[in-house]
Design a protein around this ligand. Structure first.
Ligand code: HEM
Length: 492
């Protein structure tokens, strides 16, 4: 009798599991749930998303669904089919998942703000006259900080530092002074921000250990205080980008506490990518002498052209095109920008792939594009994708190369560091100009070399896949000194 009950209960359990466990239906992408109930592949995904997704691509092809911490995520890795996801605002939504993440990381909720209103505000403030003002302010701050950081050191005195620290610190402080209220706390904000940024991926994945949680919470609170407005409440004319942003939030009905918290979100959004990008770019130049020579030669030509003019432009980079530098930047971003484009399926959807196949996407699932794997590291698109080739985005006549193919079909998306569609980076032009200005300044004002001429670039920190620019695990030690003023332009 006992045996009969035991077998009956077991049978029932199996039936319940079969009923409630998800199985692949006809027309759905291959399903890979992983072995651990509910968690599925979460651990492998969080540890090294690029490695995990490359393994799944190998096993299932360009589209598959994986279970990650209770969510079913359909990963699409065919760039020719990206438009079906990026342009769909009816069946897919990108705000809900983003808002959850913002709440988890920044303890911030802005329910009264329509994402389109905020986007419009951002677009306005990173274009036209606003953009020109920001660019020139950034240039001045970069120059001032570079020179003031050298005070106390003789002209021929070498200093040593990690290249990542050097780039991140300089670009962050200049960016902060350009966009945020100018308080005398730049170095403190930078230090606190790095502490917070180092724990950010764990905050996002809810994988902080006890001590880390305390550090993240106290760092976040300290940053809220450091960033809190110093202007009088009321209708004073906004004097900074941050002030205008608060003005906008106020008009949208956001309370003072959430305004303060929103400042940290914006600090992270505007400052976390340019420093790491400049690090990789300079790191690739220092470890690839032929690329360094090509960039220096391009800059030398610009400055020589300008010295012959009666009124040379204040900023030669804005006055001339720089196809070699642009190719180096595109190649750097191809190798080190790793955004994930996520959407939530709000209504069942039929996804039509470029090859004609159709897949059913279920309501409530998520869709994820990971352009780092394809197109950026796809060997069918970019030959030897792991290798840095400074002229990969150059035609033979030194014009910008923008024709890339997969299976003989020309690609619209062959490099996607800035995201795409409605939430493409609004700060792209500002970021490109800032990185160019920064590299130009360093090459023209500093003698710089690696401490160990045989050194290699550090590997990437694999936990940062999916969070924009990758960061290194370690640093590259460099030594540098100020050039003599008369040597700045001619001897680079
Ligand atoms: C190399 C540097 C940068 C890269 C690779 C980059 C990349 C990106 C990407 C991929 C997104 C979309 C994120 C998503 O899908 O959720 C984004 C959004 C954004 N970026 Fe950048 N970014 C960079 C620098 C900057 C800078 C310097 C600024 C401004 C000063 C900036 C401002 C923004 C803003 C405001 C958004 C949010 C847009 C929205 O929500 O609609 N970015 N960025």
């Amino acid at each position: 009798m006992l045996w009969t009950i035991f077998l009956f209960l077991n049978g029932l359990l199996i039936l319940v599991l079969l009923y409630f466990t998800r199985r692949r239906q006809k027309n759905e992408p291959p399903l890979d749930k992983g072995l651990i109930p509910w968690l599925g592949h979460a651990l492998e995904f969080g540890k090294d998303a690029a490695k995990f997704l490359a393994r799944m691509k190998e096993k299932h092809g360009d589209i598959f669904t994986v279970r990650v911490a209770g969510h079913y995520v359909t990963v699409l890795l065919d760039p020719n089919s990206f438009d079906a996801i990026i342009n769909d605002t009816v069946f897919l939504d990108f705000t809900r998942a983003r808002n959850q993440l913002v709440k988890r990381i920044f303890s911030l909720q802005l329910p009264s703000i329509k994402p389109t209103a905020e986007r419009k505000w951002m677009e306005r403030h990173f274009h036209g006259l606003h953009l020109s003002k920001l660019n020139s302010s950034m240039n001045i701050h970069l120059q001032n900080l570079l020179l003031s950081d050298q005070t106390g050191f003789g002209p021929s005195e070498w200093r040593q530092d990690g290249l990542f620290s050097l780039c991140y610190s300089l670009l962050f402080r200049a960016g902060y002074l350009t966009l945020f209220e100018r308080k005398d706390n730049t170095a403190t904000v930078y230090k606190e921000f790095r502490k917070f940024d180092n724990l950010l991926t764990k905050l996002a994945r809810c994988s902080l250990k006890q001590g880390e949680r305390e550090t993240a919470n106290s760092s976040r609170e300290r940053l809220w205080e450091l960033l809190s407005p110093s202007w009088p409440s009321g209708g004073s004319e906004p004097a900074s980008w941050q002030h205008s942003y608060h003005h906008f939030l106020q008009e949208e009905g956001v309370d003072a506490e959430m305004q303060k918290r929103a400042s940290l979100l914006q600090l992270w959004t505007t400052q976390c990518n340019a420093g790491p990008a400049a690090f990789w770019l300079l790191g690739f130049l220092l470890t690839h002498p032929e690329a360094m020579e090509a960039v220096k030669s391009e800059i030398r030509c610009l400055t020589l052209q300008d010295t012959s003019l009666q009124h040379p432009p204040i900023n030669p980079l804005e006055a001339h095109s720089t196809p070699v530098f642009d190719s180096v930047l595109s190649e750097t971003l191809r190798l080190t920008a790793a955004v994930m484009i996520n959407r939530e399926v709000v209504q069942d959807k039929i996804l039509r792939m470029a090859n004609g196949k159709e897949y059913h996407l279920r309501q409530g699932d998520r869709v994820c594009l990971f352009p780092f794997l394809s197109p950026q590291m796809d060997p069918e698109i970019h030959q030897d994708p792991q290798i840095f080739k400074y002229d990969r985005f150059l035609n033979e006549d030194i014009t910008v190369k923008d024709k890339f193919y997969k299976k003989e079909k020309r690609l619209k998306y062959y490099n996607l560091p800035w995201g795409a569609g409605k939430n493409i980076c609004v700060g792209k032009e500002f970021a490109v100009t800032a990185i160019k200005q920064f590299v130009f300044l360093l090459l023209t004002h500093l003698d710089m070399e690696m401490c160990d001429p045989e050194a290699k670039l550090p590997p990437v920190n694999p936990s940062r896949y999916g969070f924009g620019m990758l960061q290194p695990d370690g640093d590259l030690q460099v030594r540098y000194r100020l050039k003599m003023p008369q040597h700045r332009m001619l001897l680079i």
